[in-house]
Design a protein around this ligand. Structure first.
Ligand SMILES: *Cc1c(COP(=O)(O)O)cnc(C)c1O
Ligand code: SF4
Length: 344
């Protein structure tokens, strides 16, 4: 067993362990964990300095998750856009392939909260996914997602990458993973060798707070970069974690220093169970204003909203005021005008 697999066995998954560690009442966590699983790696747990801090908020269940019933579990209509279970084909030239339903840490704000860590979000069957991708010559970009693709053992990942490499129209593969942030020991020399022989491979990781940049996560990113992997970062704008312009500025600068190029800042999707993390669009615009011009252009990502109903991602800064009080009007990649009502 590899070191990272041992770390996974030593994760905190039960309310009792958590309340024992922090001398809290476990009762409040249990119903939350029954609905939305918890897993915290020993490494990520070690980054918590005190209850309620930005690391804690991302990984420790909050009873507020059960209070948010207004939104949909799947606002992006991913399930309707699945031609094969576990594949999401929304844009003609690229496809998202759910290869794993597990993650090292179950982020409390996850946009796939409806399924991560549960039997309900089964990964696509490799043969079915490969047959679908091979059958549509428009697909040139395959995004491996989940869950976390790097929770698969190397041999299963290798089988997927080599099957994709045999499809002539697939030009690039992207891997979306939080492993460098939550389980940095996963980035082993064996994994980097595998990625190096599977190029062109892009890795988008997911740092949300400057305190996640540590010697361990920096080393994981350095190993990937040394293997020729282009590293990007997707951040979610989260209340009480990184919705402060100076925190975000510091995160973006430190990412560049560990050779990770900021790619997206996501407005939180309207996913059930995550309302306590939601920020106003105006707050995100203030964050962007603190970046552009104030630091290297390389440190400035795109601030995007993934429009409900699978209408695609749009640049928030391209939004115009809509008719109602708090609505924004966007033109998506198909030229459709879409009104985005900001929820309360
Ligand atoms: C985000 C996303 C992609 C990739 O979008 P890019 O803007 O190319 O990074 C592809 N398909 C789906 C369904 C997505 O949600
Ligand atoms: S690692 Fe990604 S997919 Fe997994 S719980 Fe966190 S946000 Fe969701």
């Amino acid at each position: 067993m590899e070191a990272w697999e041992k770390s996974l066995k030593n994760c905190i998954t039960s309310p009792e362990e958590l309340s024992g560690l922090f001398r809290l009442q476990g009762g409040a966590f249990s119903p939350v964990v029954e609905r939305y699983p918890m897993r915290i790696t020993p490494y990520y747990l070690g980054l918590i300095e005190e209850p309620g801090d930005p690391i804690w908020r991302q990984c420790v269940p909050d009873p507020a998750e059960l209070d948010d019933l207004t939104q949909s579990p799947d606002p992006l209509d991913e399930e309707r856009l699945s031609p094969v279970p576990g594949l999401i084909h929304r844009y003609p030239d690229r496809v998202v392939w759910i290869v794993s339903s597990a993650c090292a840490v179950y982020c409390r704000f996850c946009m796939r909260k409806r399924g991560v860590g549960c039997a309900s979000m089964a990964p696509a069957k490799v043969d079915d996914a490969i047959a679908y991708i091979a059958g549509d010559p428009r697909i040139r970009d395959v995004v491996l997602s989940g869950g976390d693709p790097l929770l698969l053992p190397d041999d299963r990942l290798a089988a997927i990458l080599s099957a994709l490499s045999r499809i002539p129209h697939v030009e690039i593969v992207r891997i979306g993973t939080r492993a460098p942030v939550t389980l940095p020991e996963r980035i082993t020399p064996g994994l980097t060798r595998l990625l190096k022989r599977s190029h062109p491979v892009y890795v988008n990781t997911h740092f949300n707070h400057p305190r996640e940049i540590t010697p361990q996560s920096a080393k994981a990113c350095a190993r990937l970069a040394d293997a020729g992997v282009q590293l990007g970062n997707q951040t979610v704008l989260l209340k009480g974690v990184n919705d402060d312009p100076q925190t975000m500025l510091s995160l973006m600068r430190r990412l560049l220093a560990i050779r990770v190029r900021p790619y997206y800042i996501h407005q939180m999707d309207l996913v059930q169970g995550t309302a306590h993390f939601r920020t106003r669009v105006g707050q995100g615009i203030s964050v962007m204003q603190a970046l552009r011009g104030h630091t290297s252009g390389l440190a400035v990502p795109h601030y995007v909203i993934d429009l409900p109903g699978g209408k695609g991602k749009v640049d928030v800064l391209s939004g115009r005021p809509g008719s109602g009080g708090r609505t924004l009007l966007f033109t998506n990649y198909l030229g459709e005008e879409i009104e985005y009502p900001e929820p309360d």
